[in-house]
Each structure stands twice: as structure tokens, then as C-alpha cells.
Design a protein around this ligand. Structure first.
Ligand SMILES: NC(=O)c1ccc[n+]([C@@H]2O[C@H](COP(=O)([O-])OP(=O)(O)OC[C@H]3O[C@@H](n4cnc5c(N)ncnc54)[C@H](O)[C@@H]3O)[C@@H](O)[C@H]2O)c1
Length: 373
């Protein structure tokens, strides 16, 4: 099979490309080498030389059509995912390009047998909670004034009684809290709807926070593993936002790749969306302590830094039973992910300024804010 991987020069795409090659497939990558992920706009050294590389934008009809021709399947992983307030670009890159893939397949009668799109846990947003009476609720975005006052919990919506308790969230829930999450829910709806309508088997993968080597050092969005590992690597205390008790689930890149392969190979996955998570709830402080341990800082006590990131979800943990029922399960621990990332940092050049650069960027964008109490 020849498989097109859009965004294949990135983190998840390049690992997926490696796994496809190992399975004997041919791989074509379409990637525009966007900064800040690719600061020098050159294909990364980790990209396997057997990959047929096309540098181009998924929004460019001509380039996309040429890339799709001759392929049997597509992983659509290219995306705009940042804290930049360029709201329209989230939809332009993530949603319009998805629609364009289907438009070209239908118009040109391309014999594509499967399209797999990268959705995100961000589509679940704040996820599912129960109120004090045990009633399921989907909380709304936390207001800035609440966060500035250091009140972290989600407030009960009208008609419900707090406090709210978080639950594992399955695929039936979509409660995105930011433009990225909204674009991802739209992307998966476009894919599943057009896929069904035109008989093009399609699958949407809602990845939780993915961890492992090749995750960009530069992307502000790329989360706790990058920030905490870089901090300990540079002998600094990591910044713990809010009170550190936010719940997350992290998933190892190789578990994600296993899920991606299953989506390609198993027809039971067709026209479905799946949570792809680590299935272990862990607080941000617990995760910081785990990173400290990997970096030889056992006994480190995480301390909140008195700041918060506006737009973050308070708690989210994906229910992965739907994918488990197809035989997949997350097998790698958080420690394995962090250790692999530690090795990756060790092999990188010129990372001295990155943490300071990213922190400055987040402050300039007013994403990271001070608690005012
Ligand atoms: N990494 C995570 O934790 C995570 C979690 C949930 C969902 N996802 C989704 O998984 C996918 C892959 O994420 P990743 O972590 O590998 O990101 P990444 O930034 O490492 O890779 C994305 C790649 O897409 C390319 N790209 C961006 N815009 C493009 C465009 N317009 N045309 C062509 N190429 C373009 C970039 O150059 C980059 O190489 C994305 O769709 C992302 O939204 C990732």
C-alpha cells in the first residue's frame, strides 16, 4: 500500500511513517515544515530516507491532489495548533484541508480506501462531570475572573448543585473550550460525515496528550513533558500552574502509533471516532514528581508558581474502552515516555534558550497570567 501522511515530518506523523515502512508500506509525506516546529524549514534528520517527501501546504489544492494521486490511504495529521490568536487559521488548516481531501477524492475518483484524521482530546474539552446529586454535567469554560482569584474548580451550571466531580469521558462527549478544540471537532465531523456519504472508510483519532521523542521543543502547546523535562535538564524548577491538582492523561507515542495502525488495518474502526489515551489519571504535580525522578531529583516537591494558563481545562481523562474493545491498549508507562524524552533532549543541539523563549512567548500572548489574590 502507498500511504500519504500529511504532517509526516512532525512528531506523530514521523513515528507513524516509521511504523508503516516497517510494515512494508510505501510512505509519502506532505508537510510544509512550519516554524516553530521546524525552525530552519528543513526536513528533520529523523525522517526516514525511504519516505517520499513533498514540501507543501495541505491547503494548496494542486499540491494536495498530486500528493493524493497513487495513494491507497491517508493519515491527515497536519494541523495548526498553537496559542496564537490567529483564530481563522485553526479552521483554515484543520477543517478546510480535511474537506479538500474529500473533495478531491470524490471529484477525481481517487481510489483511496481509508482516511484517518487526527482529532484531539481537546474536542472533549472540559469533559464529563457529575454534580452533587450525581447528575452528569458538561461545565462551561472557566472565567478569567474566577481563575485570577485562584478558584480552580469548574462551577456548577445553572440547575445543578456543586461541587462537581470529574469523570472519565467517552467519545459521546464533545465540549471543546478553545478554537483548537472546536476546529478538531469540526475536522472529525467533516471526515466522518463525508466519509459515510461517499463510502470512503474514515476514522477520527482523539489523541490525549502524546509523549515521546521528536516532540517539538519549540511548540508552546506541546505541554508538560516538554516543559518539565527542559526545566530539569536546565537545572530549573518547572512552573506548575494553578494548584497542580489538575488531572490529565498522557499517552506514549508508540501506543498512539499502534492505534493508528489498527485504524488503518481493522475495518471495525471505519466511520468511528476513538479516544486514544493513557488510561491513567495523573495530576500535574504527580507528573512533575515523576519527571523529577527520571532526572535524578527524587524527593523534589512540586510548588505551584502562582500563575495559570488561560483557556486550559481543569481536568480531563479519556475513557479508552471503545478502542480497547478492538484489541488495543496503552502499554507504555509515563516513566518510559519521560525517559525517552530525556534521551531526546540529550541528543539535541541548541536548546539552551528554548525554555526562556517559550515562556516569553506565552507571557507576550497573555496566555500565562498571574493569580491576583
Ligand atoms: N501531540 C499531541 O499531544 C497531540 C494531541 C492531540 C492531537 N494531536 C494532533 O495530532 C496531529 C499531529 O500532531 P503532532 O504532535 O505530530 O504535531 P507536530 O507539530 O509535531 O507535526 C505537525 C506537522 O504538520 C505540519 N504542518 C502544519 N501545518 C501544515 C500545513 N498547512 N500544510 C502541511 N503541513 C503542515 C508541520 O510542519 C509539522 O511537521 C495534529 O493534527 C494534532 O492536532 C496531537
Amino acid at each position: 500500500m502507498r500511504v500519504l501522511v500529511t504532517g509526516g515530518a512532525g512528531f506523530i506523523g514521523s513515528h507513524t511513517a516509521d511504523a508503516l515502512l516497517a510494515r512494508g508500506h510505501q510512505v509519502r509525506v506532505l508537510d510544509s515544515l512550519e516554524p516553530p516546529v521546524h525552525p530552519d524549514r528543513k526536513p528533520p534528520k529523523y525522517l526516514d530516507p525511504r519516505v517520499e517527501f513533498v514540501q507543501g501546504d495541505v491547503r494548496n489544492e494542486k499540491v494536495l491532489l498530486e500528493s493524493l494521486r497513487g495513494c491507497d490511504a491517508v493519515y491527515h495529521l497536519a494541523a495548526f495548533q498553537d496559542y496564537l490568536p490567529i483564530f481563522s487559521r485553526f479552521f483554515d488548516v484543520n477543517v478546510t484541508s480535511t474537506a479538500l481531501i474529500y473533495e478531491l477524492i470524490v471529484r477525481e475518483e481517487l481510489p483511496i480506501k481509508k482516511v484517518i484524521v487526527a482529532s484531539s482530546q481537546a474536542a472533549l474539552g472540559e469533559g464529563l462531570y457529575h454534580d452533587a446529586d450525581g447528575k452528569p454535567v458538561l461545565p462551561d469554560i472557566r472565567a478569567d475572573e474566577q481563575l485570577a482569584a485562584g478558584e480552580w474548580g469548574c462551577r456548577a451550571p445553572a440547575g445543578s448543585r456543586g461541587p462537581l466531580t470529574w469523570q472519565r469521558t467517552d467519545e459521546s462527549v464533545a465540549n471543546p473550550q478553545n478554537q483548537y478544540g472546536i476546529s478538531k471537532i469540526a475536522e472529525e465531523k467533516v471526515a466522518l460525515h463525508l466519509g459515510k456519504r461517499y463510502g470512503i472508510p474514515s476514522v477520527a483519532m482523539r489523541y490525549s496528550i502524546v509523549q515521546g521523542p521528536r516532540q517539538s521543543f519549540y511548540n508552546a502547546y506541546s505541554g508538560a513533558c516538554r516543559i518539565f523535562c527542559l526545566s530539569f535538564h536546565q537545572g530549573q524548577e518547572p512552573q506548575i500552574y494553578e494548584d497542580g491538582r489538575q488531572v490529565r492523561d498522557f499517552v506514549n507515542i508508540h501506543d498512539v502509533v499502534d492505534a493508528n495502525l489498527l485504524a488503518l488495518e481493522d475495518s471495525r474502526a471505519d466511520y468511528e471516532m476513538f479516544n486514544v489515551g493513557g488510561d491513567k489519571a495523573i495530576t500535574v504535580s504527580e507528573f512533575a514528581a515523576a519527571v523529577a525522578e527520571v532526572f535524578g531529583r527524587k524527593g523534589y516537591v512540586p510548588r505551584p508558581c502562582g500563575k495559570y494558563r488561560f483557556g486550559d481545562t481543569r481536568h480531563i481523562c479519556s475513557d479508552v474502552n471503545k478502542l480497547r474493545r478492538l484489541g488495543w491498549s496503552p502499554k507504555r508507562s509515563v516513566y518510559e515516555s519521560v525517559e525517552a524524552y530525556r534521551m531526546w533532549i540529550g541528543s539535541a543541539d541548541n536548546i539552551g534558550e528554548i525554555l526562556a523563549y517559550c515562556n516569553k512567548q506565552m507571557a507576550t500572548l497573555n496566555v500565562v497570567r498571574e493569580v491576583k489574590k
